[in-house]
Design a protein around this ligand. Structure first.
Ligand SMILES: [Zn+2]
Length: 317
């Protein structure tokens, strides 16, 4: 049976436990060498009937799930992989209700699975964008939630009225069109400019509006900074922030449509999902490639229920 190319094929393909296992095995250990998650060694024996390995030096067993986001989940790999497939395709997102119906789990379990998958979708791993000289990077922030509907005085309202909005900072490099977006505690100069140092390669040309938080970002000569005054104009030649603002409007549409209420605590994971989709929906990508890209991030992630909800109460799913 060929590798799946559509959601329907994925459901059929992964419903076979052996096939799902083999697929996950190849993703986790692409060079074919199974290593013990405890000692890193490859001296072990495989117990085929139970799909577990016994590590000789450790004298302990391990499964494919140990050391991955699947570790403490009794949900089968068939359901996990179908869930990954659903979330990484280019639709506008999947609600926990929709996923619960599709893979046959409760809504609460589906919600939990979705949060884990989103965590895996965080992709920036310490690299920078816009690195080579004269690459153009648009930077802006937006405000999610709260009561205010006045977009034009977004900052003033958030700050002067103490409106409880989450501040999201975004960057988009024009050469690869890659977007980064993250929740930040506020829009103060120190906060925004530390993020720029962390994420933007030296020599980049940074385009922002005239918010004071970006002022002086070129003081160290690491960047060239050009601004557009949104009170007068939106585009000045190359200098504009239309690319990142397109991402904001897509994000807000999705948050309104699919995700009725997003608690600020979970916002960074929803952002990761949207950024993943935005960055991986070009013509060269397809559902199968996106799925493999997301799945290849699986090993090494481990997120408990308590960490997900911030409640400290560990519940098994
Ligand atoms: Zn071992």
């Amino acid at each position: 049976m060929d590798s799946p190319k559509t959601l329907q094929q994925a459901i059929v393909y992964f419903s076979d436990a052996d096939r799902a296992f083999q697929y996950a095995l190849n993703l986790r250990w692409p060079n074919g060498i199974v290593t013990c998650p405890r000692c890193g060694g490859d001296k072990h024996s495989f117990i085929k009937t139970r799909k577990i390995w016994y590590c000789n030096p450790c004298k302990k067993q391990f499964t494919l799930k140990v050391g991955t986001i699947f570790e403490d989940s009794p949900i089968g790999l068939d359901k996990w992989m179908t869930a990954f497939w659903m979330l990484t395709n280019c639709k506008n997102g999947v609600s926990s209700y929709e996923m619960a119906r599709s893979i046959g789990v409760t809504q609460k379990t589906a919600w939990f699975m979705l949060q884990r998958i989103r965590e895996v979708m965080k992709s920036d791993k310490g690299t920078k964008i816009g690195g080579s000289p004269k690459n153009q990077v648009e930077i802006d922030e937006t405000y999610i939630g709260g009561r205010s509907k006045n977009m034009h005085s977004k900052r003033r309202i958030a700050y002067q009225n103490g409106d409880k909005k989450a501040v999201v900072m975004g960057m988009r490099t024009r050469n690869t069109r890659e977007v980064r977006a993250m929740v930040v505690p506020n829009a103060k100069r120190e906060t925004l400019q530390n993020k720029i140092l962390e994420h933007v390669g030296w020599g980049a040309h940074i385009y922002t509006d005239q918010w004071v938080g970006y002022e002086g970002v070129d003081a160290t000569n690491l960047f060239v900074h050009k601004t557009v005054n949104h009170m007068q104009e939106y585009v000045r030649g190359q200098v504009h922030t239309n690319g990142i603002e397109n991402f904001w409007s897509l994000l807000k549409r999705t948050l309104k449509g699919t995700y009725v209420a997003v608690e600020p605590f979970h916002l960074d994971r929803y952002l990761a999902e949207q950024v993943f989709r935005f960055n991986n929906c070009g013509q060269k990508m397809n559902d199968a490639k996106r799925f493999e890209k997301a799945m290849s991030n699986v090993a090494g992630f481990r997120l408990t229920y308590a960490e997900l909800t911030g409640t400290g109460s560990a519940t098994s799913h």
